[in-house]
Design a binder for this molecule. Structure first.
Ligand code: PAF
Length: 285
């Protein structure tokens, strides 16, 4: 890693001549507590662009619960080491005062995409995400920005934001990285007890089972959900927030699977919330 910047002006000054020299810039925004899923994002950016920038910023405006913000894992020294190992050139680590020097009066919202899935249980979350991502994209002005498919709703909102606001960046989706037993990697996994960690695999198993039923030709979402939801609801330690089948782009609920869909779920184990999703595209003809 060449340098870390905590000021917007410092990072901009460093990147401007590279951009003028025609170098492509790959950007990976993160909230730190980096794991192999982030490493995949960084390595993809490294392979595809000349200059790789990562940001580490625990964005307060996307936390609907103060507890979640307070307990969000922070591990800057380890994060820097992971960035170095993944070949990142510049790390941007602004403070909240640098990102939000005044009360934020301008927000990016996409209500039609927010009122589904995670947005229902986390009011204001995606407004905070879209706004900070818009700010970060304006600060870094990357050629490509990399986002994990695990956060499918976030990805859908950012893709649409970039189109609707004509932002000059290409969004690159990167597949979810999983543990060998199927659990999607997440910074929150570290907070699971050993028992919860074992039970957590029920989420990916239920999503895979739903996708398998669709692959076998079942098109009725009601039948698929009734068949697989007990894989979660039968476990007393698990509270299901949602288990939904939606259009991947519009996030509108789907009744019959006739085009590409997203199977998505959110569960609680104790006070830890886990999300995951898989996509499925029926063979037409
Ligand atoms: O996915 C995340 O880690 C965050 O939502 C993001 C995109 C870095 C915005 O704070």
């Amino acid at each position: 890693m060449k340098e870390a910047f905590s000021s917007i002006s410092g990072l901009r000054e460093r990147l401007a001549p590279l951009r003028l020299a025609g170098k492509t810039i790959g950007f990976v925004p993160t909230m730190g507590a980096l794991h192999a899923g982030h490493r995949r994002l960084l390595e993809t950016a490294r392979a595809e662009t000349d200059t790789v920038v990562a940001s580490i910023f625990v964005n307060p405006t996307q936390f609907d619960q103060k507890d979640d913000l307070d307990y969000y894992p922070r591990a800057l020294a380890e994060d820097m080491a992971l960035c170095r190992g993944a070949g990142v050139d510049f790390v941007f680590t602004p403070t909240a005062a640098e990102m939000y020097p005044r009360a934020q009066l301008t927000w990016v919202e996409a209500p039609a995409l927010e009122e589904h899935l995670c947005g229902l249980g986390r009011p204001g979350h995606f407004r905070g995400v879209a706004t900070v991502v818009a700010k970060l994209l304006n600060i870094v002005q990357p050629t490509y920005a990399y986002f994990g498919e695990k956060d499918a709703q976030q990805l859908a909102i950012i893709r649409r934001m970039v189109v609707d606001l004509n932002l000059p960046v290409s969004i690159v989706p990167v597949p979810t990285v999983r543990e060998p037993d199927g659990l999607a990697l997440s910074s929150r996994n570290k907070r699971l007890t050993p028992e919860e960690r074992l039970l957590a695999t029920a989420l990916s198993r239920s999503l895979f089972a739903a996708r398998d039923l669709a692959a076998q030709g079942e098109t009725s979402v009601d039948r698929i959900v009734s068949a697989v939801k007990p894989m979660l609801s039968a476990i007393p330690q698990i509270r299901v927030e949602y288990f939904s089948v939606v259009d991947q782009e519009t996030l509108q609920p789907v009744r019959e699977i006739v085009s590409q869909v997203l199977f998505a779920g959110a569960i609680w184990l104790g006070n830890i919330r886990l999300i995951d999703n898989v996509t499925f595209a029926p063979q037409i003809g």
